[in-house]
Design a protein around this ligand. Sequence first.
Ligand code: ZN
Length: 256
Amino acid sequence: MSTTLTIFATIFGLLVGSFLNALIYRLPRGINVAFPRSSCTECKKIISWYENIPIISYVFLKGRCSGCGTQISWQYPAIEFVAALFAFFIAPKTINSSDLLNFFFFFSVFSAFLVHLIVDLKHQILPDSINIYLALLFLVISLFTQVWTHWLIGGAIGLGFPLLVSWIFYQLKGEVGLGGGDIKLFGALGLYLGPIGIMQNIFLSCFLGALIGILLIATKLIKRENPIPFGPFIIIVAAFQIFAESSFKALISYIP
Ligand SMILES: [Zn+2]
């Protein structure tokens, strides 16, 4: 029984992964998510259902469009694979212990994080729709599992603290430090992580961002004037806090 459920969860992960690919392409370009149907970016050939089967179609088509032969990015099967892998690993811990709601919660958060991560790396934006989706998801779950002070103060700190720091930074240097999308993401996360969790996220993601930024500049992998998207650092820390809660708490206890 548990094996069957894990297989179903993995197939579900593949299908959602395919949808996430559409979001990653469409959201930053402002294209409607539901319509029109997917087509080749080069020759505009409509992709039929059998050319849209996660991973399998990519292998079958040898990674090329059937119309014009243009190479299809490896990102498509990679996203599908990563989503399936996540579902595969969390299924035994959630579904099989008849915790279906937890499976969907974790998978939803993971999906939103994945879209945010790729879109921010490629386009330096965190789409509002994903931030709103996360905020609603976190608010609903916190309403049922936490006291109101947890999500209210957490959300207020997540939104207010980075906004204040940005404002001070702007007054001092005359330039915008944090993007609006980053601040909204902190606000959404605060609803779930609570006051302490969100402060840990803000400090750790800033620390991680500064560290990686200095390393990238020092090794000349990027130039100083090139902007580094900050979203991925927030997401990496948040993923650790949400999906590996006990390991995160163990790690944080080492920090004085
Ligand atoms: Zn084509």
